[in-house]
Design a protein around this ligand. Sequence first.
Ligand code: ADP
Ligand code: MG
Length: 637
Amino acid sequence: MGIIHLLDSETINQIAAGEVVERPASVVKELVENAVDAGAGSVTVEIREGGIGFIRVTDNGKGIAKEDIPTAFSRHATSKIASALDLLSVKSLGFRGEALSSIAAVSMVELVTKTRQEFTGSRYVIEGGREKEHSEIGAPEGTTFLVRTLFYNTPARRKFLKSAVTEAGYISDLMQRFATAHPEIAFKFINNGKTELQTSGNGSLKDCIYHVFGRDTAAAAVEVDSEADGIRVTGFIGKPVISRGNRNYENYFINGRYIRSNIISKAIEEAYKPYSMQHKFPFTALHFTVPTEEIDVNVHPTKLEVRFTNGEALYQFVYRTVQEALSEKNMIPDILLSEEKRVRTVYAPTPESFEHRRITYSKEAVRDEAERVREEAIKATLASPLFSDTAGAGVPETQQEVPVSGNSLREEVVYGGQPTEKPGQISLFDKSEQNKEAFLKQEQEDHHQIIGQLFATYWLVEFKEQLFIIDQHAAHEKILYERTLTRMGGKQAISQMLTPPVILELSIREEEALKRYMGQFTSLGFEIESFGGREYAVSAIPEDLYGVDGKALFLEMLDNLVTEPPTGTPDIVLEKIASLSCKAAVKGNTKLSVAEARALIHELLQLENPFHCPHGRPVIVSMTKSELERKFKRIVN
Ligand code: ADP
Ligand code: MG
């Protein structure tokens, strides 16, 4: 007898499952994708023990016909494509036919489903890939999957799971993305009996952002809508104030699918660079509509990556779109003295969309309960300091201009599964935003009341019930930077000779960067020659670098360029020189006269982006009068 034998199908399935089902979040991802593909208008996900013990996914989609169920659980069984040719135009999220068989191979699955055409529904139980039950049952239209004890038969995999809390966190992130990807679907996520996320499914992305990421993010979201070469992008990007320390909030979707793409991420981050600090990542919720023939989604089993036929064009398109959206907005951040507290969203007990027939008789009770919860929420909201932030309670003149408190209140309360408000229409910081816009206008400069300088660094300027604080050094640096850009970029480069030349030995990556940007270095006044091996002689540097050590500058620049994506903006070398030299130029606390400060502010406000210094730090911040009054308890919360 030979020693080579075929594995039995159970083992094959368990091995294959490893590609698709890595952790509870993978199960949720696959089941929710199936619900979306089934045309559901509402999807509920419930988990316990981080999804390791229990996952329920319920949808009101088209259901699975009784006779199709066993097939759906076999490997490579799908209703979504018929042949490889269809891959070119695949519009559904799934198409590989691997999820159900993989999930069933490593857990205990119970399925209840009914199609519109059938009179009764089906119950199907499958454990470790083995069918246990297939029977008739009364059921609403749609599908419910229950997945219990994940990896019960593959202890090796189970060992790699993290704590229940961490696993639940992954699922929560995933649900946030699904909700943001599909504003037309009402999502609900219940973790250990508590509703953690709920969206209305009314189709408004802004509403979704509000419910998923909260009020501050929605208030700082800038709308984007542009199109080029058949690719369309719509959605929102966050003002730099709400940027985070990791890429978790940098979300974008291609044809309704959440993906990660170096090209898109780089383009976004590059566009944000002038506005943000290093190691900060923006909030984005961008929906791309791309012709299906322009992308290949069949790259990876989890379909998290896609291939683009024209990556360079995509990069430029995204970069331009984000840059334009950012440059159009006023970016002065607010200072809040009062503690910022996220108002708790209250979820009244609500039926899932397809349950309404079953609970009609108790509608009144449900409504009473919802009303009670709502009232409690209103009381809680009233007690929160944030409430007066939005409505300006206690300040009579603001009260006339913003929606009356009753309306504002409902912003914070979600009940009955359908939010009653339209967050998109609420201008949370309207008045202060208008003041900021006006502050930036040249014709308003006469109304800037310069109060004085604080700590030999900050200029305080009063303007229309608002205090603006300008960081003198950041302002200086920004102005100097822009001047340097114009000077160096505009005319013939003037070099300053180094005698003797500086000899540097570069690393492979530094040498690569140097070669890539050699043309730009030369045009700015550098003279650099190869000296054999990886040694280079720098015999000239641009003149007038504010007395900065040329060699140090050159090395720091190379350092910077090494970490740069290859598709940087064309003037990248110029920008870096300007930024590095200005940083060195502006030092120490300097006392300015009021007239000098006025001139400085005047020049600052001429700039296209006066909001951030070349290193992304804010130059101007502002505080409203009512914020201060709140601190002094003139406004009672
Ligand atoms: P794929 O999604 O790649 O087709 P799956 O293994 O995820 O493969 O699902 C197999 C098939 O089962 C699907 O093609 C679909 O016909 C059916 N199916 C799975 N989940 C649902 C659902 N929630 N509603 C309706 N049909 C479903
Ligand atoms: Mg699927």
